[in-house]
Design a protein around this ligand. Structure first.
Ligand code: 13P
Ligand code: SF4
Length: 319
């Protein structure tokens, strides 16, 4: 406990000295989210993280999240110094979509508008027409569909399938998945719903179709937090990373929140439904990178310039 207090003090001091700002995702440890909030940084979903990093005056951003979030910050602000507690914090969607294989997929379907999820490498984004996050993917694909465009979508097959069903767009899907959300199970969720018949079910669209089908609300992390705040129910079953509980509980202190069942575990399993790469962010490595200036995110200039176009297109659309 003493070590934690000292590390937090050190982080607060170093952020101030270096005029740096902490940008954290909802899935990282609660203590990092707390620090980001109290030091004037942000805690949010991937769309807001990108916007906040771009618009903040600080010249050093410390991104507590996974690699693509650090890369997006760098691509949007190449002149800023972007640090991450651990540069190996990746994402199964990014790992499952190598840039060379993706380029071949695009080459084979030149008639399609290429839409990629934020959870990809800068090199994959460099090949895309649009980048989307889970909070805006549906609107952007609906917009493209209305223009008669056919879509090539990568990499999350569940999110792609959900958007396809909602919009009716012609979408060719890459077959990637998130290793956390892919574990949520429809049958077990139905059983849990029988135990809590008044509960509302909140689902991140990276979850399988059988889970999405049971949802009262499907949305990005911030949209799910908003649902807990605004819906009149007192119990919620939540199919997303359990890191989100910190903010959800803060938003609605008296409501009961239950993480949806994953394969082979009980609904109360603490170590399930948590991204192993988000978990690589901690107080120790955060303090260490601020102290040493190591773990700077570097994006190749040519790739960054190409990737900027598709990210900026999304931000313009969202504005
Ligand atoms: P959000 O954009 O909803 O925060 O999702 C990011 C992510 O990695 C979900 O697994
Ligand atoms: Fe990637 Fe899933 Fe982790 Fe999000 S929770 S960063 S999609 S592996």
């Amino acid at each position: 406990a003493q070590e934690k207090i000292e590390l937090k003090d050190k982080i607060r001091r170093l952020l101030k000295e270096q005029q740096a700002v902490l940008v954290a995702h909802y899935y990282v440890d609660a203590e990092l989210q707390e620090l980001a909030e109290e030091t004037g940084g942000c805690v949010s979903d991937s769309l807001e993280m990108a916007r906040f990093g771009r618009d903040h005056a600080a010249q050093t951003l410390v991104v507590a999240g996974v690699r693509f979030m650090g890369e997006t910050a760098k691509i949007l602000s190449p002149q800023k110094r972007i640090l991450m507690p651990d540069l190996d914090a990746t994402c199964s969607l990014d790992l499952g979509c190598p840039a060379d294989e993706f380029a071949a997929f695009c080459d084979a379907h030149p008639d399609r508008t290429v839409v990629v999820y934020a959870n990809t490498s800068a090199a994959v984004k460099a090949r895309a027409d649009w980048m989307v996050t889970s909070s805006i993917g549906l609107d952007i694909v609906a917009h493209l569909h209305a223009q008669g465009k056919k879509i090539l979508w990568a990499p999350d097959k569940h999110l792609g399938d959900y958007i396809q069903k909602q919009t009716g767009a012609d979408m060719l899907l890459w077959q990637g998945s998130c290793l956390v959300h892919d574990e949520f199970k429809g049958v077990e969720l139905e059983l849990l719903r029988e135990e809590y018949p008044d509960a509302k079910i909140l689902v991140h669209p990276e979850s399988p179709a059988a889970v999405v089908a049971l949802a009262d609300v499907v949305g990005s992390t911030s949209q799910l937090i908003n649902a807990v705040k605004t819906l009149p129910a007192t119990t919620f079953i939540v199919a997303t990373d359990n890191g989100i509980l910190y903010k959800m509980q803060q938003a609605a202190p008296h409501k009961k929140l239950i993480i949806a069942p994953t394969a082979g575990n009980s609904a109360t399993c603490k170590s399930c439904a948590h991204c192993p790469w988000m978990a690589m962010n901690g107080l120790r490595n955060l303090a260490a990178v601020l102290e040493s200036g190591s773990n700077e995110v570097i994006v190749d200039t040519e790739i960054g310039t190409a990737a900027h176009l598709c990210i900026d297109r999304m931000l313009q659309f969202a504005a």
